[in-house]
Design a protein around this ligand. Structure first.
Ligand SMILES: NC(=O)c1ccc[n+]([C@@H]2O[C@H](COP(=O)([O-])OP(=O)(O)OC[C@H]3O[C@@H](n4cnc5c(N)ncnc54)[C@H](OP(=O)(O)O)[C@@H]3O)[C@@H](O)[C@H]2O)c1
Length: 210
């Protein structure tokens, strides 16, 4: 049976009911990582041109539980919030997890279950890291991912790749950031062709051979 990946990744519905039942450890050692995680087509799209994510799926043998156990904060772009609201019928489910929404067009501050942020990603992440906690889920979309990649703030990628070429859509990695290098840490294959890839930021820069 399929159920839509977007329900985990965009609407938070499954995430919220799951998170409220987890007993979080009170402290976490090491620096909190920023993890860009999304479901993506083979050609790198996170949504169709109209924002639809109907092509994403989660097979029965795949679970995001291990990932959710590592994060306690979510960050998204304003357009991702809008899609989440649309899919949730105008609201997001209640959550114990802080959900930050980056926007230059909305006033900063907390309302309707999210916290709007209007500051540089660098100073924002610095502040979150000083507070301590688990890893930070950068949900996307692509525009916000680009801002974080520009600032070299993405420590890890955790991608669910589905076997479809959309041909057009909203890219996870829109152009406009410098080369960033990653090391493949894990590559797991699930039924129906879903692949879960984990990459960590690499300090070694790969050069093109001339
Ligand atoms: N497949 C998945 O797992 C997945 C995950 C997430 C999202 N999505 C999809 O991705 C689509 C949205 O992605 P997107 O790339 O179009 O948009 P997005 O990144 O979600 O949102 C872009 C908006 O975020 C704000 N923003 C971006 N960078 C900022 C910065 N540095 N400072 C302040 N605000 C900043 C701006 O809001 P203002 O215009 O208000 O200034 C900008 O217009 C949706 O269709 C959603 O469904 C899919």
């Amino acid at each position: 049976m399929h159920f839509r990946f977007c329900r985990d990744v965009v609407v938070f519905a499954l995430l919220d009911s799951f998170l409220t039942r987890i007993k979080w450890p009170s402290t976490t050692t090491g620096m909190r990582k920023v993890v860009l995680s999304a479901g993506v087509s083979l050609d790198g799209y996170i949504a169709r041109p109209d924002g639809a994510v109907d092509f994403l799926f989660m097979p029965r043998d795949y679970s995001m539980a291990d990932f959710f156990a590592t994060i306690d904060t979510a960050i998204m772009g304003r357009k991702t919030l809008e899609v989440g609201l649309r899919m949730g019928g105008g609201s997001l489910p209640r959550s114990n997890m802080p959900r930050y929404v980056f926007s230059n067009s909305q006033p900063a501050g907390e309302r309707d279950g999210v916290i709007f942020v209007n500051e540089s990603p660098v100073s924002f992440i610095d502040r979150l890291r000083q507070r301590g906690g688990k890893d930070i889920w950068l949900m996307g979309g692509g525009e916000l991912a680009r801002a974080f990649l520009n600032a070299d703030l993405v420590d890890r990628l955790y991608l669910g790749v589905v076997p479809v070429l959309l041909g057009e859509g909203i890219p996870l990695f829109p152009s406009g950031f410098p080369q960033r290098d990653f090391m493949l840490m894990e590559n797991k294959t699930y039924s129906e062709g879903l692949i879960a890839l984990t990459y960590e930021r690499s300090s070694t820069r790969r050069r093109r051979k001339s």
